[in-house]
Structures are given as C-alpha cells and as structure tokens.
Design a binder for this molecule. Sequence first.
Ligand SMILES: [Zn+2]
Length: 83
Amino acid sequence: MTKAGSNEKDGLYEFIVKLADGTECRVFYNREPEWQLTNISRLQKTPCPVCRKDFICKCMDQFSGDIASQIEAGQWFDKALAQ
Ligand SMILES: [Zn+2]
C-alpha cells in the first residue's frame, strides 16, 4: 500500500493498494474522526478478478470491508504514511 495523495487539513487520504492477486485498487480514506474507507475503485491495469471486465465495475465495493480490515490489521496506514 502506498500513499497517492492527501489533504491533511481535511484528513483525506488516497492510497494505492496492491492485493495478493495482483489487482491494484485506489482507496480513499477519511481519518476524521477515525480512519474510514470512503471509496474504493480498481485501477484499470488488470481485468477485474471478479467479473473479468477490463473497464470500470463496482465489484470491489463488496470487498471494501475485507480490504479495510486487512489494512487496519496490517497497520498499513503507518507504513504508507512513513514513506
Ligand atoms: Zn468487476
């Protein structure tokens, strides 16, 4: 997971997350009052692992909870922000 952008004043962060299967996603977080995943979208580099489309789809939305808990469990915020 790497930081792609932030607006520290508003507590908004954008990260690129690489999943175990090679899929890359762009995730948006709001850290006020606590880290909360607000949006997720798949980067268009690889076909969707769920529906195999290579254009935009909503499949990643259903995994946002899983991805958010893995990010939290791995303390990826600290690692990404330390870069
Ligand atoms: Zn899909």
